[in-house]
Design a protein around this ligand. Structure first.
Ligand code: APR
Ligand code: PHB
Length: 389
């Protein structure tokens, strides 16, 4: 088959790219190894930057977000004995939205289906060909076992950190930092015990109280790498969360409830450059991974495809290659800003067991929480910089 853009991966990056391209009059075909149900149900993060919400709304994807998502003015930063609210709206004029990535994915799947987008789910043997030649194509075996080829003007690698696209960029330079701890994440059918997210530094390790709705809480604990999520009893999980989040301090209570999902997520920062090679463009996790402490993974994928869609529409509709030629450099500016912010939040809030580090972290937390300049720096990065930063 022939199309203008062959997109590998039907995660948020791939589907949003197909949507933005369609709005700009550019056709695409998407191939995905997993089933539609699997990609729709995957549990991931849940914070949207102000600029991500603006982009989704402008693309006609904001209705359910506005109706069912929650606007938050800021976050709480805490350490034993002290909890401080950072009001991003007061500090930088914009807040964030709590709306699960699963919900964003559902909205994208519905919008692409309504638009008749061609998506091949449950494919295998996906290969890229001639990406630096003049006849780029993607071959795959479809779920009926037929061998297929998509010929295209451009290929978008939105296949995450384990897909084939990143390997098709020869001599890519990679930058990596692996953290000596992981996140133990739970989903629980209980009303959140806080109105906005709590990021807690504690000598026993970091803890985060997030949520999905008025009846579903999402919480995380810093644990050693290799922790088996099944090896912790529910009681131990709630006891550890209560200790680290300050249950009983200043009358605040953490309400436990039935745990419906648990997983342990290793943490790393990973950046690859360039994000373009010939007619192949990488976006989202295919090009970069950030630890979740800064809530940047999904927002960075959205920012990448915002830039990439503009670049491909200009190139394929107007024959203007300028933005496409600049795509990798333009995208990398935000990639490193978000990589730095995610590393900074991670190293400020996770305990290493070193007493000197602990004092440095507490001093930084006091400064960030109590100085206008410190709080504004965090707010500007967390609420998100304008797309195209
Ligand atoms: N062929 C086709 N599809 C593939 C292949 C392949 N060989 N390998 C992987 N995929 C698919 C995966 O099944 C997945 O659905 O590519 C998709 C990549 O989607 P994501 O991993 O969600 O990555 P991305 O769309 O870039 O979104 C980034 O997702 O992981 C979170 O924290 C991350 O929030 C960030 C966001
Ligand atoms: C989440 O709600 O899952 C979440 C929120 C903030 C983070 C990471 C994850 O920094």
């Amino acid at each position: 088959m022939r199309t203008q853009v062959a997109i590998i991966g039907a995660g948020p990056a791939g589907l949003l790219l197909s949507h933005l391209l369609a709005l700009g009059g550019v056709d695409s075909v998407v191939v995905e190894t997993r089933s539609e149900d699997y990609v729709a149900a995957r549990i991931r993060a849940g914070i949207l930057e102000h600029s991500s919400v603006e982009l989704l709304e402008a693309a006609g994807l904001g209705a359910r977000l506005r109706a069912e998502g929650d606007h938050h003015r800021g976050i709480y930063l805490q350490w034993p004995g002290e909890r401080h609210h950072l009001d991003f709206v007061d500090l930088v004029g914009r807040g964030v939205w709590v709306y699960g990535q699963t919900e964003v994915q559902k909205d994208l799947i519905a919008a692409r289906a309504a638009d008749g987008q061609e998506i091949h789910y449950e494919v295998s043997d996906v290969e890229l060909h001639d990406v630096d030649g003049d006849r780029p194509s993607v071959t795959f075996v479809d779920r009926a076992g037929r061998r297929m080829r998509i010929e295209a003007d451009a290929i978008a690698g939105c296949d995450g950190s384990f897909g084939p696209s990143r390997a098709a960029v020869p001599a890519a330079e990679t930058f990596e930092r692996v953290y000596p701890y992981s996140w133990f994440g739970i989903l629980a059918d209980v009303a959140p015990s806080t109105d906005e997210l709590i990021y807690a530094w504690h000598p026993d390790g970091f803890a985060l109280h997030s949520m999905r709705s008025a009846t579903v809480s999402r919480l995380y604990l810093q644990v050693p790498n290799g922790t088996d999520p099944q090896s912790w009893s529910d009681d131990r999980i709630w006891t550890e969360l209560a200790t680290r989040l300050g249950h009983g301090e200043n009358g605040w209570k953490l309400t436990p409830g039935p745990i419906t999902d648990r997983s342990v997520l290793p943490m790393r920062s990973h950046v690859r450059t360039p994000m373009r090679h010939g007619s192949l463009y990488l976006a989202g996790d295919a090009a970069h991974i950030v630890p979740p402490t800064g809530a940047k993974g999904l927002n960075l994928a959205i920012a990448d495809v915002a830039l990439l869609s503009k670049a491909l529409i200009a190139q394929l509709k107007e024959g203007n290659p300028v933005l496409a030629d600049r795509y990798s450099d333009d995208a990398q500016r935000r990639v490193w800003r978000c990589t730095h912010f995610s590393w900074w939040m991670t190293t400020m809030l996770h305990t290493s067991g070193e007493a000197f580090d602990a004092q440095l972290q507490l001093s930084q937390l006091r400064w960030v929480a109590k100085s206008q300049a410190g709080a504004t720096g965090l707010a500007e990065n967390y609420a998100g910089l304008p797309i195209g930063y």
